[in-house]
Design a binder for this molecule. Structure first.
Ligand code: CU
Length: 330
């Protein structure tokens, strides 16, 4: 990695999360990003009931009323970063603010013209200068070490056999393609407010078709801009990656729990920038496979869909796929 790339990564992280300090290494989380490495029987299993869009859980994966802090996190890096924000950065921030405000009040009270009519001529104090240089350096070191560890963790390459999902930003909607599953593409448009309410989904964040992914597996998430720069961002997954015309950006995404997670385009991209939501649905492998099967030409992990699937199991999703496909507009 060149110096320019390292700076670019650090800059993206700062822009994405507001504070480069909100990053920390939690060893327990480290292994979760590697879960895409092994194929099991489940990997080829198909849920017998086919695919039905999952109902969102109120307050999960979406903004909450009067929410003051980050959304609850459902990815390994999100949990690490939120932990660092809540347990390290926030307390350092409060301590520094209280200390500096206290000093200011003390100076105002103790050294004003009336309380201290003859000011001292002291201009240097070596001990004080060492302290006020040393303490900030120590604070920066406390934040720097875990920040750099998580920064590296966030931009770790996905395992070689991770599922690839490519999100393309268009003016003004998202499309998702699945090159490992036969290359089908899903087009995702915002739902009108009445339709979102009818489906029990948050207004302005709901979409007709979702980006469906398997839960607990490392996903090779790629972004691309079809026209102008967009940004694929889902706050509850601690995921933000620019979608730039002419280049493919890539980052690993791992989701810890099944659920529906909402996001939005986060790069000003034109008149309807505020109307291109992102909806990510994380499902257990068999249910994800059932969703894959609702698309024509679909394959599972590069194998033809009939190769690894018993005939009975193969038939069921095909039957069940019709209403689901109709419901999702596929
Ligand atoms: Cu956009």
């Amino acid at each position: 990695m060149t110096l320019g790339e390292v700076i670019g990564v650090a800059k993206r992280c700062m822009l994405s999360f507001g504070t480069p300090a909100a990053l920390l290494w939690v060893p327990a989380m480290a292994s979760a990003a590697d879960t895409g490495g092994h194929l099991t029987a489940d990997h080829f299993a198909i849920a017998p009931g086919g695919y039905t869009p999952m109902a969102p859980t109120p307050g999960k994966g979406m903004p909450v009323d009067a929410g003051l802090t980050f959304q609850a996190q459902y990815s390994p890096t999100g949990i690490e970063a939120l932990w660092m924000h809540d347990h390290i950065v926030l307390w350092i921030l409060i301590a520094v603010c209280v200390f500096v405000a206290g000093l200011l009040l003390w100076v105002i009270a103790r050294y004003n013209k009336h309380a201290n009519p003859v000011p001292t001529k002291t201009s240097h104090n070596t001990l004080l200068e060492v302290i006020w240089t040393g303490i900030p350096v120590l604070i920066l070191l406390v934040v720097f070490v875990p920040s750099m560890k998580l920064l590296a963790h966030q931009y770790k390459s996905p395992p070689a056999n991770a599922l690839t999902v490519k999100a393309t930003g268009n003016q003004w909607y998202w499309s998702y393609s699945y090159p490992d599953n036969g290359g089908f593409e899903v087009t995702s448009n915002i739902l009108p407010p009445e339709e979102a309410k009818k489906r029990g989904e948050p207004v302005q964040l709901a979409a007709d078709n979702r980006m469906v992914v398997p839960v607990g597996e490392a996903i090779r998430m790629q972004t691309f801009g079809a026209d102008v720069i967009h940004s694929f961002a889902v706050p509850s997954l601690w995921f933000k990656l620019d979608a730039v015309p002419g280049r493919i950006n890539e980052k690993v995404l791992t989701i810890n729990e099944p659920g529906v997670y909402y996001g939005q385009c986060s790069e000003l991209c034109g008149a309807r920038h505020g109307y291109m939501p992102i909806v990510v649905e994380a499902l257990p492998r068999p249910q994800f496979n059932a969703w894959v099967m609702t698309h024509s030409g679909a394959k599972i992990d590069g194998a033809p869909k009939t190769a690894d699937v018993p005939k009975a199991a193969d038939a069921k999703p095909a039957e069940a796929a019709a209403p689901a496909a109709a419901a999702s507009g596929v």
